[in-house]
Design a protein around this ligand. Structure first.
Ligand code: FAD
Length: 147
């Protein structure tokens, strides 16, 4: 420390998971949507998962009017997982007991070990798109026809 010429303070800040990432055609991703402490080295990983999900969801748009709906799907797919990562990141690798209770709100079933908490993004997005398509009313489908 004594030899350093320039020392800066690097604050580690925590923010709890937020309720909404999107409005209309605007969406938050990465640290803007889910900032987290560095304990699990997951901030960048989660930003990359956001990018993968968005890429899949916006790659076959029938019409620009579909964007808000796809962004809502994006939020549904990503928010719970990223929120779980935010909570997991409040503890070190060997301190899982510290976050069990808080993580319960975001994880179904047993709280997984971090390294095993992997997902198949293409499968998740595919299922979400299928479910959303099934819910579309005939009027909505009609409105998109021809684009
Ligand atoms: C020391 C350190 C180690 C880390 N290690 C890991 C790790 O091992 N694994 C991991 O997964 N994550 C790690 N992270 C976290 C990871 O770096 C972040 O979570 C990730 O970079 C977030 O990506 P982002 O695109 O959301 O934001 P950022 O990478 O912060 O990108 C935001 C960009 O927007 C730009 N910007 C800001 N304001 C404006 C403006 N007004 N106009 C235009 N551009 C603007 C910034 O210059 C920046 O380029 C680490 C972070 C730090 C600091």
């Amino acid at each position: 420390m004594g030899m350093a010429e320039d020392i800066k303070l690097w604050k580690l800040l925590y923010r709890p998971p937020t309720s909404s990432w999107t409005r209309g055609k605007v969406v938050l991703i990465g640290d803007a949507a889910h900032p987290m402490l560095p304990n699990q080295g997951q901030g960048g990983a989660q930003a990359i998962e956001d990018g993968a999900a968005l890429g899949l969801l916006l790659s076959n748009l029938p019409d620009a009017r579909e964007v808000p709906r796809r962004l809502k799907l994006f939020q549904e797919i990503r928010k719970t997982r990223a929120a779980a990562m935010q909570i997991f990141s409040n503890a070190g690798q060997d301190e899982a007991e510290k976050i069990q209770k808080e993580a319960r709100a975001y994880v179904k079933g047993p709280i997984p070990k971090m390294k095993r908490y992997a997902i198949n993004m293409a499968e998740l997005v595919g299922k979400a798109l299928e479910a959303a398509e099934a819910e579309r009313t005939p009027e909505e489908s009609e409105g998109l026809a021809g684009f």
